[in-house]
Design a protein around this ligand. Structure first.
Ligand code: HMG
Ligand code: MG
Length: 299
């Protein structure tokens, strides 16, 4: 098995996870969680989003979160921005990296950002142009790469089309999201293979959800192809507000345990990661979805 020597972990829990919580998580707690993740050595932490608070009230106050976290040098703190309005707000709050998000499914795009795929890409174009002029890094997401909650199966060619357009617009990396977690290893490899025909494999990241318990298997399958950036979420927080039944992103603790076992470097400390996991689980009043966090915390 050929695997990368190093993997970059992107913890999306403070955004992709907390955006799904029924009860908003306070600003102070969001800051504490992010500081714990920084202390654990995560190289990139998605701290929130500048989207409409009518659509996702949980992410209101991301400007305050950015202002109050301890920003470590060498750590990236991206925020999600759906349009120029969000981008300008992110800039005003001091963000140095933003993420834009398109989908490989028309219906999901409509439900998530109230416009079709083509229109969403047109919205992102001026945002990317402004970001380039201001030296702001832009990450791109493609959602529903292995299935859509409304349309079912998604053609890998469609995924590659959207990924290529985001990449050509200036995204430094494209994260492929199995938003509803229906993927299995062969299909995960197929979508990566199709997308890698259009842009370098080194510029792709895997963003897998664990709804069907397939996330680690899918990650290992795409790591064998050379994927070395993995999105994950502390305590397995998450789901998707517009994808009924979707459970969380793969838990950071579970991914780290697998990578440690394979001797793959991440720079992340398990003991410190568990501090973040316990903190958020205690504040939410439920055990972590991570099997590793549960196993390592009961002794
Ligand atoms: P819209 O209603 O079409 O927007 O929503 P609009 O341009 O017509 O404006 C309507 C109102 O929204 C106006 O306010 C605007 O000012 C305001 P009003 O005049 O009515 O008071 N508005 C904003 N407010 C704050 N920040 C903004 C913003 N833009 C407009 N940036 C919009 C379109 C895109 C704004 C909306 O649909 C939205 O915010 N959607 C975000 C949904 C979201 O965050 N989804 C979750 C993230 S995606 C995801 O989780 C998948 C991913 O994790 C990958 C995976 O897991 O696979 C990335
Ligand atoms: Mg996700």
């Amino acid at each position: 098995m050929r695997l990368p020597a190093n993997v970059r972990l992107v913890d999306v829990g403070p955004r992709d996870g907390l955006q799904n919580e029924a009860e908003p998580f306070g600003i102070e707690d969001r800051v504490t969680l992010i500081d714990h993740l920084s202390a654990a050595g995560l190289p990139s932490i998605e701290v929130g989003s500048f989207v409409s608070p009518k659509w996702v009230p949980q992410m209101a106050g991301t400007d305050l979160v950015l202002a109050n976290i301890i920003q470590r040098s060498g750590t990236a703190y991206p925020v999600l921005t759906p349009n120029l309005q969000g981008f300008e707000a992110a800039l005003a709050a001091g963000a140095r990296e933003v993420a834009i998000f398109a989908a490989a499914s028309e219906t999901f795009s409509q439900k998530n950002i109230n416009c079709g795929i083509a229109e969403s890409l047109e919205r992102f174009r001026p945002l990317c142009a402004q970001a380039a002029g201001k030296n702001i890094r832009v990450r791109g997401y493609v959602s529903c790469v292995l299935g859509c909650p409304y349309e079912g199966a998604v053609d890998p060619v469609k995924v590659a089309d959207v990924a290529e357009q985001l990449f050509k617009m200036g995204c430094y990396e494209i994260s492929l999201g199995d938003t509803i977690g229906t993927g299995t290893p062969g299909r995960a490899q197929a979508v990566v293979a199709e997308t890698a025909k259009r842009l370098p494999l080194a510029q792709l990241a895997a963003h897998f959800h664990d709804t069907y318990g397939q996330a680690l298997a899918n990650l290992l399958a795409v790591m064998e192809m050379g994927i070395s950036t993995i999105d994950c979420s502390i305590a397995g927080l998450g789901g998707c507000p517009y994808a009924k039944g979707a459970s969380g992103n793969v838990a950071t603790e579970d991914v780290l345990y697998m990578l440690n076992g394979l001797g793959i470097e991440t720079g992340v400390e398990m003991e410190l990661l568990l501090v973040a996991s316990r903190f958020v689980s205690q504040r939410l009043g439920r055990p972590p979805a991570s099997k590793v966090a549960r196993a390592l915390s009961c002794g």
